[in-house]
Design a protein around this ligand. Structure first.
Ligand SMILES: Cc1cc2nc3c(=O)[nH]c(=O)nc-3n(C[C@H](O)[C@H](O)[C@H](O)COP(=O)(O)OP(=O)(O)OC[C@H]3O[C@@H](n4cnc5c(N)ncnc54)[C@H](O)[C@@H]3O)c2cc1C
Length: 402
């Protein structure tokens, strides 16, 4: 039986505490905020999308893509569902996304807290870990004095949404212990553009296909509802590609989005569609021709960007103008200047280099007795419950691997 300190009372630290205590270890959780699980309350818009039935390798991203897969084999979605069922969480499913049937994120925090209390895990809030030193055992310096431990689980999160707790101090603590940190960048975040037309487009929502180009080369694509804002673009498909865009920008690469506003039709079909529309609406000007097709603000900017006067009688539009408009509809290029800040991001990508962590125990390969769990590790998930799944998986493995 070891004396275990867990740094961080977030998702990964809480499950790690339960598993470690069930293994008969003496466990203390040190949490810098006034209560544990603060971020969990905010997840899934307060409903907590705690995992997802659809699990494919591309849901988890890392410099070392095999690492998350090895970990997930040990504690997968089914084991997660079972773990929470035993604690009282009956799952509600929507398109593979799982939520507690109560649709309250607080239910997740409540059942974890009840189990920690039952197992007599000591939870100390408003205790900020400032330094971890390893000699024979660990000496942990905090704002409330020093603690000793045989083993430490570093579950301090990343640096996204620091108002909810994780402020990047986990990276610093790991670095001081000799670990390499893959540079953290905001992920699951909005993307900013300097294009002036966003002031006009703010508030428009549109279903679209989005391709990401880095240095003009295709990288990935997504589709779904895009939200236009005065600073740039938001929405789930933007969140999904944001970590690649953010990483490229941090490496001074050129990032562009190519938006397809009519993804169900190919270029030629859209061209023919516009020609037919012109023939059956001869009395309309170009702006009027677009009414009912796109949000009027979007139509206005499309015409402007294509260099077509809005009051041009549509039957006077020449072939080049129609082609330019199709290009605008099918391949609207948006230069991206930067991701939104860590304050707005749901997760951070980057973190402790997984080459220095044993995937079977989450133990450091450099410091014996030091384990990692959650977002502090260089793995980030896509939107849809994958980041919490990563927290549950690694918290479980770290607790078992002590
Ligand atoms: C608004 C929002 C919505 C989200 N929605 C979802 C969702 O629906 N589904 C999903 O899968 N993911 C979601 N996520 C992501 C998910 O919440 C995180 O990836 C996950 O909580 C990470 O768990 P963690 O335990 O690694 O870190 P955290 O939950 O960040 O916990 C780390 C804890 O460590 C504490 N800590 C940090 N440093 C110290 C220190 N030095 N001393 C003491 N304590 C310290 C922090 O205060 C914090 O409580 C969302 C994130 C946000 C911000």
């Amino acid at each position: 039986m070891s004396n275990v300190i867990i740094v961080g009372g977030g998702a990964s630290g809480l499950i790690a505490g339960i598993i470690a205590a069930r293994q008969k270890h003496k466990v203390t959780i040190l949490e810098q905020k006034d209560k544990i699980g603060k971020k969990i309350y905010a997840t899934g818009n307060g409903k907590c999308n705690y995992t997802n039935l659809i699990q494919t390798p591309d849901c988890y991203r890392s410099n070392n893509p095999n690492f998350p897969l090895l970990a997930l084999e040990q504690f997968d979605v089914n084991k997660t569902i079972e773990f929470f069922k035993q604690l009282g969480i009956y799952p509600k499913e929507r398109k593979g996304y799982l939520y507690p049937n109560s649709e309250q994120a607080a239910s997740i925090v409540d059942v974890l807290t009840m189990e920690l209390n039952r197992l007599k895990v000591k939870i100390l809030c408003e205790v900020r870990v400032e330094k971890i030193k390893k000699d024979n055992d660990f000496l942990i310096t905090t704002n409330k004095g020093k603690f000793q431990a045989d083993k430490v689980i570093l579950a301090a999160g990343g640096c996204a949404s620091p108002n909810l707790g994780s402020d990047g101090s986990g990276f610093l603590l790991a670095k001081e212990l000799g670990h390499k940190i893959i540079k953290p960048i905001p992920a699951l975040v909005q993307l900013k553009s300097k294009e002036k037309y966003f002031k006009t487009l703010a508030g428009v929502r549109v279903e679209a296909g989005i391709k990401l180009l880095i240095n003009k080369e295709y990288v990935t694509e997504e589709s779904g509802e895009v939200l236009m804002a005065n600073y740039g673009v938001s929405g789930i498909p933007i969140f999904q590609i944001s970590r690649y865009a953010a990483r490229a920008i941090s490496e001074n690469k050129k990032v562009e989005l190519v938006i397809d506003y009519m993804p169900d039709l190919n270029w030629k079909e859209v061209y023919q569609f516009l020609i037919d529309r012109i023939h059956s609406n001869t009395e309309k000007n170009m702006e009027e021709l677009m009414i009912g097709l796109f949000h009027h603000k979007l139509s206005y900017i499309m015409l402007k960007e294509a260099g077509i006067p809005v009051d041009l009688p549509c039957q006077k539009a020449n072939q080049k103008q129609v082609s330019d408009l199709v290009n605008q509809i099918k391949e609207w290029h948006i230069p991206i200047s930067e991701p939104n800040s860590f304050e707005q991001a749901q997760v951070s990508a980057g973190g402790v280099d997984t080459n220095e962590i044993n995937p079977v125990t989450m133990e450091s390969k450099l410091v014996k007795g030091l384990h990692f769990a959650g977002e502090v590790i260089d793995v980030d998930g896509t939107c849809g419950g994958y980041n919490l799944q990563w927290a549950w998986t690694t918290g479980y493995i770290a607790g078992m691997g002590l």
